[in-house]
Design a protein around this ligand. Structure first.
Ligand SMILES: CCCCCCCCCC/C=C/CC(=O)SCCNC(=O)CCNC(=O)[C@H](O)C(C)(C)COP(=O)(O)OP(=O)(O)OC[C@H]1O[C@@H](n2cnc3c(N)ncnc32)[C@H](O)[C@@H]1OP(=O)(O)O
Length: 394
């Protein structure tokens, strides 16, 4: 966030051309970090302070601390990448790798600064709260509940319109993996607040200013490919309860759901060209099949926004409900469906979807590799800078 403000602030104050914005803050940031290096003693003190924090700083911060510690002590990540299903080790590896060739001294300083900001906000005391270290792990960006045979995964960043930051991508993968194995019969994804989701969190791009951009784009493409892969492989009926507007990746992945129920207040749009980007979530394949090639073009290339009723007429949405009765009607129906025999539902899904799986994985890989290039383009950088400096709403 600090980086986003720095970049946005500099964009407004200094640079007439957004292209110049990319390089300037990197140089500035590097110079300011060089000017204030933490000593080894400061670093050791910070490590001790972490153990005394009263409040759990959350998984995202812990990953960042882990990555900075490793970078400060061992340098750039060159260990082998953990396997796809070792999600926690992979999250740690991804965060460390994303630091690229950040110098050890800078990592040490960043670690000290981060701990210091945590200590002041959580008012650490000399005593560790009894039992604080035994707090059960939970999700930070989701609320996951399971009842009446339904596991509900609710995107929970309502003040950011449920934009998907890296933490949320990882948590959705974890929640889907857990739901695939629990004893629920149907899995639902929905949003908290007035939006279903505003898509990829554009502040994900602010990391671009702090490391090797090619490497970051490569890691992001891997993250996206794994994320979409979890939807392709999900074994039980997967239902979207679209409680409000949906943007970007939250729209494209709908093509991989088994049913999509929407409030009449929702809209659907994928402003990829506006962002200098290209389709993902297998939409380059699913959308032309669901809604015809030319209707898919209007959405995926021209960024046309559909109302819920238009999306339903085109087959992307299964059924639309009046907003006033949406939650009641949808949950009543889902509870009834969740009473159906689970094996029959799972096997029917296999019969319907398995023919396509290999194809979908290949499409996913291709879309991610194209996007990896797009993220490095001037068109994409400029669009993200515009959003971060509040010049454009998409
Ligand atoms: C190489 C790095 C890449 C890393 C990526 C990893 C994997 C990537 C996968 C890629 C795929 C995705 C493609 C997409 O999803 S494209 C779509 C991206 N989304 C958008 O372009 C939407 C941007 N947001 C908006 O246009 C508007 O916010 C809105 C959704 C129309 C809502 O407008 P509003 O006026 O009603 O509300 P607003 O004040 O703008 O929003 C409230 C706060 O929420 C913040 N916010 C909303 N959406 C996003 C977002 N997508 N990213 C970041 N932040 C978002 C907004 O900034 C406000 O915050 P604050 O209150 O000002 O702090």
């Amino acid at each position: 966030v600090a980086m986003a403000h720095l970049v946005a602030g500099l964009a407004r104050c200094w640079c007439p051309s957004p292209l110049q914005v990319i390089n300037f803050p990197v140089v500035q940031l590097h110079m300011s970090l060089m000017a204030m290096r933490a000593s080894q003693k400061d670093f050791e003190n910070a490590m001790n302070q972490v153990k005394l924090l009263k409040k759990d700083p959350g998984n995202e911060v812990k990953l960042k601390l882990y990555a900075l510690y490793k970078q400060a002590t061992e340098g750039p990540c060159n260990t082998p990448k953990p396997g796809v299903f070792d999600l926690i080790s992979k999250a740690k590896w991804d965060t460390w790798s994303a630091l690229g060739s950040l110098p050890k001294e800078t990592a040490r300083q960043n670690y000290v600064d981060l701990v210091s900001s945590l200590s002041s906000s959580s008012k650490s005391s000399g005593q560790v709260e009894p039992g604080a270290d035994r707090k059960p792990p939970g999700y930070e960006t989701l609320v996951v509940t399971s009842e009446d045979g339904i596991t509900k995964i609710m995107l929970n960043r309502p003040t950011k319109k449920n934009a998907m930051n890296r933490q949320m991508y990882h948590e959705i993968m974890l929640a889907l993996e857990a739901a695939s194995k629990d004893d629920s019969r149907i899995t639902v994804i929905t949003g908290n607040g007035d939006y279903y989701s505003s898509g990829n969190d554009l502040t994900n791009f602010t990391d671009m200013a702090s490391g090797k951009v090619e490497e970051l784009a490569k890691n992001s493409a891997i993250l996206l490919r794994n994320f979409v892969g979890c939807f392709i492989d999900f074994p039980k009926p997967l239902v979207a309860v679209v409680n409000g507007p949906a943007v970007g990746i939250s729209v494209t992945t709908l093509g991989l759901f088994d049913a999509v129920y929407s409030t009449d207040r929702a809209t659907f749009h994928t402003p990829f060209s506006h962002l200098g980007q290209s389709p993902e979530g297998c939409s380059s394949y699913t959308f032309p099949r669901i809604m015809s090639p030319s209707k898919a073009t209007e959405m995926l290339i021209f960024g046309k926004k559909l109302t819920a009723r238009e999306a339903c007429a085109q087959g992307l949405v299964t059924e639309v409900f009046p907003d006033s009765t949406f939650q009641k009607e949808v949950w009543t129906r889902l509870k009834a469906y969740a009473k159906l025999p689970p094996n029959a539902m799972r096997i029917s899904k296999e019969v319907i979807r398995n023919k396509e799986k290999e194809k979908l994985h290949a499409i996913n890989a291709e879309e991610c590799s194209v996007l990896q290039e797009r993220w490095l383009s001037d068109e994409c950088m400029n669009a993200v800078m515009n959003f971060l400096s509040r010049k454009a709403k998409l």
